[in-house]
Ligand binder design. Structure first.
Ligand code: NAD
Ligand code: UFG
Length: 329
């Protein structure tokens, strides 16, 4: 199939392009490079030895999006493009609502106009809020406390309504847990701007000596060692989840958790990283980060049952691959 990957130059998008190409699909990337680099598209081609068509466009620009759909017979869309920094979304709500919502509306309209009926969307575990654990797709969603999370919940509803009116519009909503790691080539990986907000890139930068020490946000949560617990998933497993979702898409709306169903605490991740890479990660315990929940992990059994997909790579592989990319980068 000819798959349009929005945000394909970014962290998860670039790995998803690799998995799509390896599965035999043709890939067209649309990205405005607001949080990524053009070289990533070249690296996707280098890894797979396959061609990728690249459009540097803003998805809120309906005319530019139309050109892509006119030039290619698009069989399906994987929509990853979006702004994603939780804290920034609190300071710049309008930018987040505008970018994430309008780009989705423009894309959905183009799909309707050009009769494209396969749509896979990047959602987030954040839509569960502070629900009971593990998070299951059938749960009522809770407020997310930040505009970024609200855009994900709103887009899920928008896509569901479109599909309700036209069931041929087949939608797969993928709720990612915590993607980490990198392609084993070390060529593509996570490249945060400035000081990382997320744990794994912070750890790799401390290990490299770019940052002095990790600040562990709280050790008084009701968890195994008091530090926050998350469901870390290797970005390659996540990328393969997109291919499984696309290949198994049927009419209507389908929601899948993409996680490992396993929780790992901050200190457990630090220890695994030190063991996997024989390198020390100095840390100190500081106050809790506002807005954090104690635990977040998936019940990922639906994706296994319906898509035949399970995450296979363990925490050690995640730490090793994240470090290889950081060293190369
Ligand atoms: P990323 O920033 O690396 O990739 C997003 C890409 O979208 C970037 O290349 C950016 O340039 C592009 N983009 C943004 N707005 C655009 C627009 N208007 N037009 C064209 N391109 C635009 O982020 P990522 O970590 O790869 O995340 C991909 C998707 O997955 C996002 O939708 C994000 O919200 C979602 N997600 C990420 C995580 C995570 O922890 N990384 C967790 C859950 C969900
Ligand atoms: N943490 C630290 N120190 C740091 C960074 C993080 O102790 O410097 C802790 C956090 O308190 C939390 C855990 O590490 O307990 C993970 O934090 P991240 O910032 O890496 O990830 P979050 O779970 O907070 O959020 C991420 C994405 C969201 C997404 C969510 C989905 O940033 O966009 O996963 O589960 F919605």
């Amino acid at each position: 199939m000819n798959i349009l990957v929005t945000g394909g130059a970014g962290y998860i998008g670039s790995h998803t392009c690799v998995s799509l190409l390896e599965a035999g699909h043709t890939v067209i990337v649309a990205d405005n490079l607001c949080n990524s680099k053009r070289e990533n598209v070249e690296k996707i081609m280098q890894i797979t030895d396959k061609e990728v068509t690249f459009y540097e466009i803003d998805l809120t620009d309906a005319k530019a999006v139309d050109v892509v759909f006119r030039n290619y017979k698009v069989d399906g869309v994987i929509h990853l493009a979006g702004l994603k920094a939780v804290g920034e979304s609190v300071d710049m709500p309008l930018a987040y609502y505008y970018n994430n919502i309008v780009s989705t509306l423009v894309l959905a309209k183009a799909c309707q106009k050009f009769n494209v009926n396969r749509f896979v969307f990047s959602s987030s575990a954040t839509v569960y809020g502070d629900n009971t654990l593990p998070f299951v797709e059938t749960m009522n969603l809770l407020p997310t406390t930040n505009p970024y999370g609200e855009t994900k919940a709103m887009i899920e509803r928008i896509l569901a309504d479109i599909s309700k009116a036209n069931p041929a519009f087949s939608v797969s909503i993928l709720r990612y847990f915590n993607p980490v790691g990198a392609h084993e080539s070390g060529l593509i990986g996570e490249e945060p701007n400035g000081i990382p907000n997320n744990l794994m890139p912070y750890i790799t930068q401390v290990a490299k000596g770019k940052l002095e020490k990790l600040r562990v946000f709280g050790n008084d949560y009701p968890t195994v060692d008091g530090t926050g617990v998350r469901d870390y998933i290797h970005v390659i497993d996540l990328a393969e989840g997109h291919v499984a979702a696309l290949n198994n898409l049927t009419e209507g709306v389908h929601i899948y958790n993409l996680g490992t169903s396993q929780g790992t605490s901050v200190l457990e991740l630090v220890k695994a990283f030190e063991e996997a890479n024989s390198i020390e990660v100095p840390y100190e315990i500081v106050d809790r980060r506002p807005g954090d929940i104690a635990l977040c992990y998936a019940d990922a059994s639906k994706a296994k049952r319906e898509l035949g997909w399970t995450a296979e790579r363990d925490i050690i592989a995640m730490c090793r691959d994240a470090w290889r990319f950081e060293k190369n980068y």
